[in-house]
Write a protein that binds this ligand. Structure first.
Ligand SMILES: C[S@@+](CC[C@H](N)C(=O)[O-])C[C@H]1O[C@@H](n2cnc3c(N)ncnc32)[C@H](O)[C@@H]1O
Length: 268
């Protein structure tokens, strides 16, 4: 495939907990055609910060292959999974460009709920970007196991819980799992989907390293809802949450990072 420029010009590493990319990166084979794909700047920042060359990156819901393209450019090995054959084909095609690096990247048809083909503690970084319930219906109900078929938060989090367990198993101790997730609205009320997903990861022994607020731009839904927002008096959601979790090291003391809100502190 013919590429425009291979690497970004003037790429700036993010230094704060608020990320905003009004200009989506379009270097190499990136494009914005796949609904709900993330900006390559997200994958690039995560890969550069949390991995070294030839480390192993896993994207369990790879969509159009954004993570794989960045892994190839940055010389990281990477596996991208998707339950939708269309996404696997798009990702495979997106990897069809020349690069001088030695690492390997691959897109594979698989269900993120079952990573039996991945050995325990072999992954250095996970970049996980699930559907936001059924806001974008990727397979329109035609593929069983596609999380974008689910509109109910409890049912969605049952599946997220299964995936979080698998991600925890395959991640090396001390390494990072980044989760990008947005919220939604029902009956004009804010539904904090991200915090239910966040809670599910904490329940699966991950600890929080960072929370980044990512500003949204050029969002189809926001344009569609702009008039209703004014009429019914609610705010348009223009941000997503990027939770960066860490798997604790073996025997690590966690009392500094973890506490239970259910146990009331004793009165002194
Ligand atoms: C938000 S998109 C990911 C977009 C991606 N970050 C990109 O930049 O193109 C979510 C993806 O999850 C996939 N998906 C949904 N359920 C899945 C499952 N159980 N296992 C693997 N992939 C799944 C969908 O097919 C969709 O491509």
């Amino acid at each position: 495939m013919k590429t425009k420029i291979l690497n970004p010009e003037n790429f700036q590493t993010e230094l704060t907990s608020v990320w905003s990319f009004p200009e989506r990166g379009n270097w190499a084979t990136h494009n914005s055609k796949y609904r709900g794909n993330f900006a390559p700047q997200i994958a690039r920042n995560l890969i550069e910060k949390y991995t070294s060359e030839e480390d192993n990156v896993l994207d369990p819901m790879v969509g159009s292959g954004t993570t794989l393209i960045e892994a190839k450019l940055l010389n990281r090995n990477a596996l991208g999974l998707d339950i939708n054959p269309n996404a696997v084909e798009l990702s495979t095609n997106a990897l069809n460009f020349q690069s001088k690096t030695k690492s390997k990247q691959k897109a594979k048809l698989a269900d993120a709920r079952n990573l039996d083909f991945c050995k325990d503690e072999t992954v250095d970084l996970i970049i996980f970007h699930p559907p936001y319930l059924n806001i974008v219906e990727y397979s329109k109900g035609t593929i069983e196991g596609d999380l974008s078929n689910i509109s109910n938060i409890e049912k969605f989090c049952v599946e997220i819980d299964i995936i979080a367990k698998e991600l925890y198993r395959v991640l090396k101790p001390g390494k990072y799992c980044a989760v990008l997730i947005g919220d939604t609205r029902k009956a004009q009320h804010y539904i904090p989907l991200s915090y239910y997903v966040f809670q599910t990861f904490l329940e699966n022994s991950f600890i929080l390293k960072e929370e980044v607020i990512k500003a949204q731009h050029n969002c189809t839904f926001s344009r569609k809802w702009a008039n209703s927002a004014q009429k019914y008096g609610f705010f348009l959601i223009m941000h997503e949450h990027l939770f960066i979790f860490r798997k604790p090291k073996k025997g690590e003391v966690l009392s500094k990072f973890k506490w239970s809100m259910k146990q009331k502190p004793k009165k002194s």
